[in-house]
Design a protein around this ligand. Structure first.
Ligand SMILES: Cc1cc2nc3c(=O)[nH]c(=O)nc-3n(C[C@H](O)[C@H](O)[C@H](O)COP(=O)(O)O)c2cc1C
Length: 282
């Protein structure tokens, strides 16, 4: 097991396989022990509970899953009281994904989570499915830099910024590097699908985020590019569905890898990737 260990952001991960935000449920633990994974990234949490976007919120295209969940979550109070204690039973490494529609919300979230046992924060400034505090915030480099500076001061834990391919990686990665501990690349890719019968969008929110194998080449490109711009560890995410994908992300410079929508059609994927890596090392 030792040889699969990864040191990143001052944390020891037992292996490089993490489950991506919004793509798994604690019930997966009924299929295999989630403690065998490198860690778990939670669904993005906001200060107040959110109901998310109108249905339909998931649409399967011939090139991957389109989703517009819109950060549905129970809010920070319930997360700390009810959700977190359950997650802590599953894996000691919990990375909490956070988002806010204004800077103060990011600060509140970090202040509330600092006294807990969570391992790190993934700052989601790349959700394609919300009107405020998502991808648009990630593009507003002045606000983002301000948030990053303040979070650096406030946070007692590593800060990992989750970016999208629509961000200007050349600009944003060097800008955030002095205030960050790492990056996750990439979030789902803004996309849409049309129903030709009705001539209307397939998603209730009109647009959504595409994930799955079709975005892997885009994610590899983003990691490769970011790697040249920062010395910080990078988590690769996007289209991982088999062992070779993990090795490709590691080859372009990722320290860790997140598995997202593959959990839906193949719930044992996390377990199989860890086992595959172990065999690969022998
Ligand atoms: C149904 C669904 C919900 C998601 N929810 C979140 C979320 O709350 N926060 C976040 O940062 N990313 C979210 N994502 C994006 C994933 O974490 C991941 O970045 C993206 O799906 C690309 O990885 P994949 O191709 O392996 O799925 C979601 C993705 C899906 C499919």
């Amino acid at each position: 097991m030792k040889r699969l260990e990864v040191q990143a952001f001052g944390v020891t991960f037992r292996n490089p396989i993490l489950l991506a935000s919004g793509t798994w449920s604690p019930r997966l633990n009924e299929l295999y022990p989630l403690s065998m994974l490198g860690g778990l990234v939670t669904k993005t949490i906001t200060v107040e509970p959110r109901e998310g976007n109108p249905p339909p919120r998931i649409w399967e295209t011939e090139h991957g899953v389109l989703n517009s969940i819109g950060l549905e979550n129970p809010g920070i109070d319930r997360f700390i009281d009810k959700v977190l204690p359950e997650l802590e039973q599953l894996n000691p490494i919990i990375i909490v994904s956070i988002a806010g529609s204004k800077p103060e919300e990011f600060y509140t979230l970090v202040e509330r989570l600092n006294p807990t046992n969570v391992t790190a924060y993934e700052i989601n400034v790349s959700c394609p499915n919300v009107t405020r505090g998502g991808i648009e915030l990630g593009k507003d480099t002045t606000s983002l830099l301000d948030i990053a500076r303040n979070l650096r001061e406030l946070s007692h834990k590593p800060l990992i910024y989750k970016l999208s391919i629509v961000h200007d990686i050349d600009q944003i990665v060097p800008l955030l590097t002095p205030y960050a501990d790492g990056f996750t690349l990439i979030n789902s890719v803004p996309a849409m699908a049309i129903d030709l019968q009705t001539r209307r969008p397939q998603l209730g929110n009109v647009t959504g985020g595409l994930s799955g194998p079709s975005i892997k080449p885009i994610a590899l490109y983003a990691v490769h590019k970011a790697k040249k711009l920062t010395h910080l560890p990078i988590i690769g995410c996007g289209g991982v569905s088999k062992l070779e994908d993990v090795l490709e992300f590691i080859t372009v410079g990722a320290s860790l890898v997140q598995v997202g929508s593959a959990n839906f059609n193949h719930p044992l994927i996390g377990k199989e990737l860890v086992e595959g890596l172990m065999e690969n090392l022998i």
